[in-house]
Design a binder for this molecule. Structure first.
Ligand code: NDP
Ligand code: OXD
Length: 313
């Protein structure tokens, strides 16, 4: 079995060693331009089109992340880059769910306990206890109820906030209210005090979070974006922060990354920023997952994590 691997910024060493250990029957190589040698599986992040073009005999392509928006965009820009018949898989969880829980719990508790306000007060040497928020109305609404959205809901449960999710299809999750489809978006947003975005970036969700969308939240709501920057109209986000419609935002992802130095979000006092690392791909977990999937595929079973290319996630 031949496996080719490509990542624009990571070293291949740990990946190849780990894959060889778990799949001793496989030959794994880092793909280089000009390599047209045989391949049964390709493991990729932002692959050059020529890596995959014409490889109709691939049994699967594994995206080395949870989101597949980038590779799907590449496929659209380079018709024929990957035949439709080749299954595309993505990483489900592989340690990212826990990282997302940490990020979300940290942000929600910071806002609920008003640590952001106290941090600003400290800059003025201001000793002023503030009225607390009521837990019963500090409703957390999660956009996306997939692997990561559901996990974040689980991670927030111990804190006792009302929890709700919005997805395409209805969900049954103990202790969490499910809202499904466009018609349910307005009631979902109207009752959401803290909005957490965990939607995949698809043609339906790009620029979804705009002025009209944010205006449906209660005044003074909070926003956490740990999914994709392309889903947010940043000028509208800034306007909502300026008007107080949003009290604060924690942002991990942006329309342009790295976030340009002169971007007004950098210096906004109510915004915290991280460099697109809310949840990173953990190599060992990812290798375990991919090795298991390849073993299942070889045995004629269906591996989990198959992407529906038409749907976009
Ligand atoms: P999943 O595919 O498991 O879940 C996606 C969820 O979004 C599903 O519940 C789906 O609904 C819902 N959804 C999709 N489209 C729509 C729509 N048009 N309207 C309403 N709901 C919709 O994805 P994951 O949870 O694994 O990951 C989510 C995203 O997180 C990734 O796509 C990626 O972009 C981002 N991410 C960001 C990282 C970071 O570091 N910033 C790291 C890892 C991931 P349904 O269940 O009905 O299909
Ligand atoms: C991912 C990411 O989608 O790193 O995995 O953003």
């Amino acid at each position: 079995m031949e496996i080719i691997w490509y990542h624009p910024s990571q070293s291949a060493t740990a990946w190849i060693r780990g894959l060889q250990q778990r799949l001793p029957q496989a030959r794994v190589r880092a793909w280089q331009p000009g390599d047209e040698g045989p391949a049964d599986y390709a493991l990729v992040r932002s692959p050059p089109a020529e890596m995959l073009r014409g490889r109709a005999t691939l049994r699967g392509v594994f995206a080395l992340g949870a989101g597949v928006d980038e590779i799907l965009k590449q496929l659209e820009q380079h018709p024929g880059m990957l035949p439709d018949s080749v299954p595309l898989y993505r990483l489900e969880d592989t340690g990212m769910a826990r990282q997302m829980q940490e990020y979300a719990v940290h942000s929600v508790l910071t806002w609920f306990r008003r640590f952001d306000d106290y941090q600003l007060q400290q800059q003025q040497a201001c000793w002023q206890p503030l009225p607390p928020y009521a837990r019963e109305t500090f409703t957390v609404g999660i956009l996306g109820a997939g692997v990561l959205g559901q996990s974040v809901a689980e991670g927030l449960k111990p804190w006792g906030f009302p929890l709700r999710v919005w997805s395409r299809s209805p969900k049954t999750i103990d202790g969490v209210t499910s809202f499904a489809g466009r018609d349910a978006l307005q009631p979902f947003l109207q009752g959401t005090q803290v909005l957490i975005n965990l939607l995949p970036s698809t043609p339906e969700t790009i620029n979804l979070i705009d002025q009209h969308f944010l205006a449906q939240l209660p005044h003074g709501a909070f926003f956490l974006n740990i999914a994709r920057g392309a889903q947010v109209v940043e000028a509208d986000l800034l306007a909502a922060l300026e008007s107080g419609q949003l009290k604060a935002a924690a942002l991990d992802v942006f329309q342009v990354e790295p976030l340009p130095e002169a971007h007004p979000l950098w210096s906004h006092p109510r915004v915290t920023i991280t460099p697109h690392n809310a949840a990173v791909t953990l190599i060992d977990e990812a290798i375990d997952y991919i090795a298991r999937a390849i073993t299942q595929d070889q045995a004629g079973e269906t591996p989990q994590g198959r992407v529906d290319r038409q749907r976009g996630y």
